[in-house]
Design a protein around this ligand. Structure first.
Ligand SMILES: Cc1cc2nc3c(=O)[nH]c(=O)nc-3n(C[C@H](O)[C@H](O)[C@H](O)COP(=O)(O)OP(=O)(O)OC[C@H]3O[C@@H](n4cnc5c(N)ncnc54)[C@H](O)[C@@H]3O)c2cc1C
Length: 474
């Protein structure tokens, strides 16, 4: 006989687990169907195994969507403090470093185990190694028929939490787009984001393995700045990587998808003026007129990067500095501060941490995550057309959407109203005083940072520009 479920959650990742727990706290009978052998496999890989689960610096510009103001409507209801408190209630003490919030254990596994313990405590039913193949609305029975590779279920409500397409090895292979389309939803073309860039040119092999503290800027073909970020940049055999590059990759992906050219500019010495660098080259020449250009650059730049500079400036490695003019040193200084490359492509979903694009947010209520097209259908997490910057924003998005969906189905069942913009109260029945105290210091830090942020002119790490809608029909 077909199993009857109150709420069926498709996908037991970050947002699905929070949705299930939140609904179960309202005494809803919840079943999670997860195709992998255990829940939350991706969570273990987050933050290099440390799980950067939220960030104290929250701004609308940290989230990207075709509907620019949509993410903030959601985060405004469940922000970083709510995440910290929510996790504290299930046993995760938060610690922060420069605004980035991690579990104090330093282990992603502790976050996953806490979620799993809570799922068990609330007696949420979990079926692993069961892949959902189809979900359809049954008009007669006023509910959803869900077909897996093992069974068929009838559920009054379903929450689709299947993630996007990034890192398919962890189970997210885009199945949710197919399910959502069946219910009439539109999909903004999914693109890889928070990933490395493949650059044109043969020099990449020369610089492979080099790391520099620098700035990368991304420009569209009209030379408009798409984004800019500073930090550790890693040169690879195919192009360029590192967190600053990750932050820009979504903007490159969107432009390239439109068939437009994208240029990346590397500044490997943002703290020095061009004039100072040219003078420094001249001073080094005067100190030893017999040295080669490579000798002159040694001690200022990593070897492999110096080779690329010499190649780009079109002189031989062995050229004696006595042959080099101040004019060439000025050109070299300009290159150090502004070396341009054409971006060939963005690395694929296998390497991406997140998906840009997804289910069109205009069709999903930001207070409840319920579909505007099909009552009783909820959508959460990366599946939606929202992606966050690197730094805990994507998990924050997953927790927020999971919480709102779980709360909505719970309240609905108990006949409570789903008021909009209500403050989030503890639903676990546990004492949340302690956690509020613990976050007090973090709150003060946040105020301090907000003040210094204002002082600095409030420049966002990556341009918060939205893109045109990339909706594919259904
Ligand atoms: C390497 C890596 C590091 C990251 N680090 C961070 C970080 O430190 N901080 C941060 O904020 N974000 C990080 N992210 C991003 C973050 O992990 C995701 O954005 C987040 O997990 C998305 O949550 P989700 O619930 O939408 O989807 P997911 O967590 O991807 O979960 C989806 C689940 O659905 C299951 N599923 C899919 N299809 C089916 C189906 N047909 N039937 C049944 N089950 C199905 C999948 O197996 C999976 O378990 C990282 C991502 C990666 C890949």
């Amino acid at each position: 006989m077909m199993e009857q479920i109150e709420v069926l959650v498709i996908g037991g990742g970050a947002s699905g687990m929070v949705a299930a727990i939140t609904a179960a706290r309202y005494k809803v009978h919840v079943l999670i169907l997860e195709k992998k052998s255990s829940l939350g496999k991706k969570l273990l890989a987050t933050g290099n195994g440390k799980c950067n689960f939220t960030n104290q610096v929250q701004k609308a510009a940290c989230y990207h969507s075709s509907q620019k103001d949509y993410p903030w409507k959601v985060i405004g209801q469940f922000g970083w403090q709510e995440s910290v408190r929510w996790f504290d209630e299930i046993g995760i003490l938060a610690k922060e470093k420069n605004g980035y919030v991690y579990p104090a254990s330093g282990q992603a596994s502790s976050v996953l185990h806490a979620l799993q313990r809570e799922i068990k405590r609330l007696m949420v039913e979990v079926h692993t190694e069961e892949e959902v193949q189809k979900a359809a609305y049954d008009n007669q029975r006023k509910g959803f028929l869900v077909t897996t590779d093992k069974a068929e279920y009838f559920a009054k409500k379903i929450i689709i939490s299947t993630g996007g397409m990034a890192s398919p090895v962890h189970g997210s292979a885009g199945d949710g787009y197919r399910f959502a389309k069946k219910f009439g939803h539109h999909i903004v073309s999914p693109l890889p984001a928070l990933t490395s860039l493949v650059l044109e040119g043969s020099f990449c092999k020369m610089w492979s393995g080099t790391r520099v503290q620098g700035t990368v800027s991304l420009y569209d073909e009209k030379k408009n700045l798409l984004g800019k970020d500073t930090g550790e940049i890693q040169m690879t055999a195919y192009g360029i990587s590192g967190i600053p590059v990750f932050q820009l990759s979504r903007f490159a992906a969107v432009e390239l998808e439109k068939g437009r050219k994208v240029t990346l500019c590397l500044d490997s010495m943002p703290e020095y003026k061009k004039e100072w660098l040219a003078e420094e080259f001249l001073k080094r020449k005067q100190q030893n007129e017999k040295q080669s250009i490579r000798d002159l650059l040694e001690g200022m730049f990593p070897d492999k990067l110096a080779s690329v500079y010499v190649k780009k400036i079109k002189i031989a490695d062995s050229t004696c500095v006595s042959e080099l003019s101040m004019e060439l040193f000025i050109r070299l200084a300009e290159l150090v501060r502004h070396m341009e490359f054409s971006v060939r492509k963005v690395s694929g979903f296998e390497k991406a941490q997140v998906t840009a694009g997804g289910v069109c947010t205009e069709e999903v209520c930001p207070d409840t995550m319920e579909s505007c097209l099909c009552k009783g259908l909820y959508l959460t997490g990366e599946l939606l057309d929202v992606d966050g910057d690197c730094g805990g924003y994507n998990l924050q998005w997953a927790w927020a959407t999971g919480f709102l969906a779980g709360r909505a189905v719970g309240r609905n069942r108990n006949g409570e109203k789903n008021d909009t913009n209500q403050s989030v109260k503890s639903a676990s029945g546990r004492n949340s005083q302690k956690s509020a105290g613990r976050t007090g210091k973090m709150r003060k830090d946040r105020k301090r940072r907000a003040a210094s942020y204002k002082k600095s002119g409030g420049e966002a790490s990556a341009a918060g520009n939205s893109r045109n809608q990339r909706i594919s029909g259904h």
